[in-house]
Ligand binder design. Structure first.
Ligand code: WTA
Length: 656
């Protein structure tokens, strides 16, 4: 594990006070922090009390089986009732839940909460007809369309945990996830629209299912109308099965700790982890954070989280948080540059978006495209801007504030993870001052530390590892099927503390600056990809003997994947030195994992630099990849190897 680097910190930092106009009417106030500081569990219990429970809980937190937490023990609720029925019953059925916008321009659909209730009820009835019962895992492999959220809510309604797999993942990645979760039903679509053309989802799923004999039903939404293969008896069209269902469904309440979903994420080994989230605590934290962090006024705000629902940000801040709060959201299917690079700003203008939540990598892309594009649109409806997924560099933060936020919108840089379920470190608009590049302070009721190698908290002005020191409501309840890995990954480095895998620094005021991962997890455009996962994909190619992968700093994507590959001796030099070979390896990684894991650059090298004990020197490879001077190489078994690679790197240009 490498020490967190502290070099990228600004010594002089600007500070912005919360805007007075917003503070006047803000949802969270100083009193919110005070209440949580005085009585953490009482604070969370009060928040949970804002949800609708069928049976009250007996105990707020049971931590006696640490690191396995139980929150709101004995309580019972139905998550979909909290996200949908409750708002209709309160008289808000006419409020828009989603303004959906497909990528092909003009493709629009509006769903009110009353519409959503009908759709979710029908989908719940359909899943039940397919034999799905409480506790069964349902795999969801979908584009960004309303049916995706409807499916998630329908699963929640019948107590069947969903496992959403991002639509960009490959057949092999799907196989791994379907098998690990032991899902027997999959919901998918023929395809979706991305970059101006239909992508195929069902064909990828069909390929995966050749290796998943236990999947008995596939429910298919017709989105693009492409021709798809059909397996009679297994495949069923959504419009055939769901549309004929009764429009009402009587929900059952489930225990607060009933599994709500699994979401696979990359860890430091090749095998993705199925992160398990449950119901009551999760919904409490995602609804509370969504309301406080974005200062959500559900009657007037139009909120847009531009993540994909296949990642945790989409689960917590497109689906569960906003819906629990009765928010009106925008849901957009496609990419920001289709058909033109101002698509997002057209959307903001059309719907009067007041809260926008996106990732630094997207902001940096917009910076490259130029401020004329947002400048040509009326963005005056925006009030609050959020950032998530990776450290935001001060330059991107300032651009976001000035060009998108018109200098008036506070920026909330929110740190959290798939494992934390909800936002953990963030400013609160209306209360907390902000600094470009800092996530500032823990959310009320969340306990965070920055510790040194021994697990001792460091002082202001010092850096170390980020840990979470008290259990929190939305915390993961484990890794699916692997209790030991859960303890080992998160709880073994520092006794009694959750190790997040991130480096952090406390500045002179005690505010927090996140510094990126300290383990073998890369962050590419806000997507978590492990170096080992990409290495495993590369060595599964018949011509590859060995591979080492590192994340190298990238101006736009945060990090880019750089791979060093030694071909097998049987591969002729003319083959391995050719462009076609590199291209074949990149495609192979895309096939094994997905396009998001395609290395930016692959260097074919005769040997990898290793220590005398045979360990690959990743630090050196990272230096090579970032074209830094290599410093001390005396611990290497053969120092000439790395010099040769370094020369090759300097002579090369990155792909793409
Ligand atoms: C990184 C995404 C700095 C971090 C919600 C974390 C961040 C990983 C921030 C989790 C932020 C997320 N500042 N780094 N505001 N937000 N990260 O599971 O390294 O996809 O550990 O969850 O993203 O990624 P995940």
């Amino acid at each position: 594990m490498s020490e967190p680097g502290l070099s990228n910190l600004l010594t002089e930092t600007r500070r912005f006070e919360p805007p007075a106009a917003l503070a006047e009417d803000a949802i969270a106030t100083d009193a919110t922090y005070d209440a949580a500081a005085k009585d953490r569990l009482g604070f969370w219990a009060e928040r949970a009390g804002e949800l609708q429970w069928s049976r009250p809980w007996d105990e707020v937190l049971d931590w006696s089986k640490a690191p396995f937490a139980e929150w709101f023990v004995g309580g019972e609720l139905n998550v979909s009732v909290n996200c949908v029925d409750r708002h209709v019953e309160a008289g808000n059925g006419g409020r828009v839940a989603f303004h959906w916008e497909g990528e092909p321009d003009g493709d629009r659909r509006t769903l009110t909460y009353a519409d959503l209730l009908v759709e979710v009820s029908k989908a719940a009835n359909a899943l039940t007809e397919l034999g799905v019962q409480a506790g069964d895992r349902v795999c969801v492999y979908m584009p960004m369309i309303p049916e995706t959220v409807i499916t998630m809510l329908a699963c929640a309604r019948i107590g069947a945990p969903h496992s959403v797999v991002f639509g960009g993942f490959s057949a092999q990645a799907l196989v791994d996830r379907i098998q690990d979760a032991d899902a027997h039903v999959v919901v998918t679509a023929d395809g979706g629209y991305r970059r101006g053309s239909p992508s195929g989802l069902k064909p990828v799923l069909d390929e995966a299912l050749q290796r998943c004999p236990d999947v008995r039903s596939v429910l298919v939404v017709k989105r693009t109308g492409q021709d798809v293969d059909w397996t009679e008896g297994r495949d069923v069209w959504w419009h055939d099965l769901v549309e004929k269902q009764p429009e009402t469904h009587t929900p059952q309440a489930f225990s607060s700790e009933h599994p709500l979903f699994l979401l696979y994420t990359s860890g430091t080994t090749g095998k993705p982890k199925g992160i398990l989230h449950t119901s009551g605590g999760y919904l409490t934290q995602v609804s509370t954070t969504h309301r406080y962090v974005f200062d959500l006024h559900p009657e007037s705000d139009v909120y847009w989280c531009a993540a994909d629902v296949g990642w945790v940000t989409g689960h917590s801040y497109i689906c569960y948080g906003p819906l629990a709060n009765g928010a009106t959201s925008v849901l957009y299917e496609g990419t920001p540059d289709t058909p033109t690079q101002d698509r997002w700003w057209q959307i903001v203008e059309r719907y009067g978006v007041s809260i926008l939540y996106t990732a630094p990598t997207t902001i940096r892309t917009f910076m490259k495209w130029g401020e004329e594009l947002p400048g040509a649109h009326d963005l005056s409806s925006l009030r609050v801007l959020g950032s998530v997924g990776e450290p935001i560099n001060p330059e991107a933060w300032m651009w976001y504030r000035r060009v998108i936020g018109g200098e008036r919108c506070p920026i909330v840089d929110t740190w959290w993870q798939t494992e934390t379920g909800g936002i953990m470190i963030t400013p609160l608009p209306g209360v907390t001052a902000t600094k470009p590049g800092s996530a500032m302070t823990p959310f009320p009721g969340i306990s965070v530390a920055v510790v040194d190698n021994d697990g001792t908290a460091v002082g202001n002005g010092e850096g170390g590892y980020l840990t979470l020191t008290e259990p929190w409501p939305a915390m993961l309840r484990g890794i699916w099927g692997d209790e030991e890995r859960f303890r080992e990954t998160y709880w073994s480095k520092f006794a009694g503390q959750y190790f997040a895998g991130d480096g952090a620094k406390k500045d002179a005021d005690g505010d927090l600056w996140l510094l990126g991962r300290v383990d073998d997890v890369m962050n590419v455009s806000g997507h978590r990809i492990s170096t080992t996962e990409v290495e495993s994909a590369l060595v599964s190619h018949p011509s590859v003997a060995e591979a080492a992968v590192v994340g190298a700093a990238d101006e736009t994507t945060g990090q880019g994947i750089v791979a060093f590959v030694t071909p097998k001796g049987s591969v002729a030099d003319e083959v391995s030195s050719g462009e076609a070979f590199v291209q074949e390896l990149r495609d192979h990684v895309a096939k094994e994992i997905g396009k998001i894991a395609k290395p930016r650059q692959i260097l074919i090298v005769p040997e990898l630099p290793k220590t005398r004990s045979g360990k690959i020197m990743r630090r050196l490879l990272r230096d090579v990849a970032e074209k830094r001077d290599l410093g001390d190489v005396t611990t290497l078994a053969d120092p000439t190897v790395v010099n040769a690679i370094g020369d090759q790197m300097k002579a090369s240009t990155a792909e793409d």
